[in-house]
Ligand binder design. Structure first.
Ligand code: NAP
Length: 487
């Protein structure tokens, strides 16, 4: 049990909009409720921004851009570094706040605070490594100067499943690059972002650099901001369906875009895999964040000779997981985010069962209050089952068999998504061959977690455009300028 109080951490958060360096109520004083998904109870009300508030936030970001771009990179980096220290110093209370609004168990929330903070430490270091070039033109007489400049005011939109880390993964590089921002966290989990906003203000982020909009009308508020044209960049993390709509909105004024969208990760286990490692990796890839991760293993393909044993061991592990409110000691499986999530997971499991899949464990909701679903393992999941094509976003592991390497790769790649895949094998040549042939932006080779602030995170196909983190993460917020020099 945590030593900080639940009401205390919620009360400590400023629940207004943050525009031009000031906390301010929404136009008309409107608010909306934030709920605890483990109980359904209202935690608090937060400001409900209107389209006018959206434009006011954009105005503030535009006004601050030129001065912010002129800040010394070292100063920008040190703001991030101070915010990193503050996040880590307050890890416990921020973790509790996140568990209350999102549901994940406290241990995972602590892990997310550390992961989120690490983006700030990483980009504090990257702020002073923005490179350029000086080169001789092929004709020998001219010279090329190449420099990088901030893209400009940027719109950032984040999802509810990682309420802190999806924010720092965008704010970190934007601050390092010298971009001002309008950020809109998910309506279901705005509190982590509001807490982060105060931390950044206390760390010395100048007025107008970060502007924060909480709203229950995402489309109505953000579309005018995106279409306005003064913001030069949209960085979005969320579903592919919303991402597609936002890409259209960006096309008119030709905004730069980074899109971190949905996934449908295959998890492939070959007969020569270390089975203990594969089961451990499966638990991580499936159950991190209650299965509500874009990187969650969505389809398990296991080679015939070890399929029964893999399913037996996975079932044993899954059925032993303690379910409950994330604040309780020992809980590993928290609630799903809302009733719609429970309905979707239930529908996908029924669909697979009707088509002949066998339920080895789970397969049902848990009596309320709260949105709980049992950890579930299915075998003999036939091709055509909806869960082979759609993100499950819940604690359900569907297993199918394969015989040959080619078959496994063909099945794995048979999806419009391409975020991440997982491969378990001890054979070096096969490992590299398969990693190269998988159509995903990332591969977990003999491991079930790929996320790392120092590595380039992102997908191909309908999973997105661009990369976050790593040495390339800052480039998403920089424009390259070439100056042709005559000597
Ligand atoms: P979502 O419904 O697409 O929402 C994401 C964000 O977009 C939220 O802030 C949402 O606001 C906002 N939004 C919704 N409609 C909008 C519109 N018309 N205009 C502007 N903003 C709009 O996704 P989600 O359910 O929150 O998150 C789950 C999805 O995110 C999954 O598909 C998951 O795979 C993906 N995801 C991807 C990554 C990655 O790195 N690739 C990481 C995490 C999650 P409201 O909250 O107000 O609706």
């Amino acid at each position: 049990m945590s030593t900080v109080s639940e009401s205390g951490v919620v009360d400590a958060v400023n629940k207004e909009l943050f525009i031009g360096g000031k906390w301010t109520s929404a136009a008309g004083g409107k608010t909306f409720a934030v709920r605890d998904p483990a109980t359904g109870e209202v935690l608090c009300e937060v400001a409900d921004a209107s389209p006018e508030d959206g434009i006011a936030a954009l105005d503030a970001a535009v006004a601050a851009q030129a001065d912010w771009a002129a800040y010394a990179p070292r100063e920008r980096g040190e703001i991030l570094r101070r915010a990193y220290d503050a996040l880590m110093a307050r890890q416990e209370e921020l973790a509790l706040l996140m568990t209350l609004e999102m549901g994940k168990p406290l241990a995972e929330a602590r892990g997310e605070i550390a992961y989120a903070a690490e983006f700030f430490r990483w980009f504090a270091e990257e702020a002073v490594r923005i490179d350029g070039g000086y080169a001789t033109a092929p004709n020998g007489s001219g010279r090329f100067l190449v420099t990088k400049q901030p893209v400009g005011p940027s719109v950032l939109i984040t999802p509810w499943n990682f309420p802190m880390a999806m924010g720092t993964r965008k704010i970190g590089p934007a601050v390092a690059a010298g971009c001002t921002m309008v950020i809109k966290p998910a309506a279901q989990t705005p509190l982590s972002m509001l807490a982060l906003t105060q931390i950044l203000a206390d760390a010395g982020l100048p007025e107008g650099v970060l502007n924060v909009l909480t709203t229950s009308s995402a489309g109505a508020v953000m579309e005018p901001v995106i279409r306005d044209g003064r913001a030069r960049k949209l960085s979005f993390t969320g579903s592919t369906a919303v991402g597609r709509r936002l890409l259209e909105q960006c096309s008119d004024k030709v905004l730069r875009t980074s899109m971190e969208l949905g996934g449908n990760a295959p998890f492939i286990v070959f007969e020569d895999a270390d089975l203990d490692e594969a089961v451990e990796g499966a638990m991580q890839a499936k159950m991190r964040n209650i299965g509500e991760a874009c990187t969650a293993a969505n389809r398990f393909y296991v080679q015939r000779g070890i399929a029964d044993e893999f399913a037996r061991r996975l079932t044993e592990r899954m059925s032993a997981l303690p379910i409950g409110r994330g604040t309780e000691d020992g809980v590993v499986v928290g609630p799903l985010i809302d009733e719609a999530a429970i309905e979707k997971v239930s529908e996908l499991v029924s669909d697979a069962a009707q088509r002949g899949a066998k339920v080895l464990t789970g397969g049902a909701t848990v009596d309320g209050p709260g949105n709980f679903y049992q950890p579930t393992v299915l075998t003999d999941v036939p091709e055509g089952a909806r869960m082979s094509d759609e993100e499950i976003f819940g604690p359900v592991a569907p297993i199918s068999l394969f015989d040959t390497e080619d078959e496994a790769i063909a099945k794995a790649n048979d999806t419009e998504y391409g975020l991440v895949s997982y491969v378990f094998t001890r054979e070096l040549k096969r490992a590299l061959r398969v990693c190269e042939r998988l159509d995903t932006g990332m591969v977990g080779l003999n491991q079930g977690i790929v996320s790392n602030p120092a590595a380039p995170f992102g997908g191909v196909k309908a999973s997105g455009l661009g990369r976050e983190g790593g040495t390339v993460g800052i480039d998403e917020f920089l424009e390259t300028k070439y100056i042709a020099v005559s000597l």
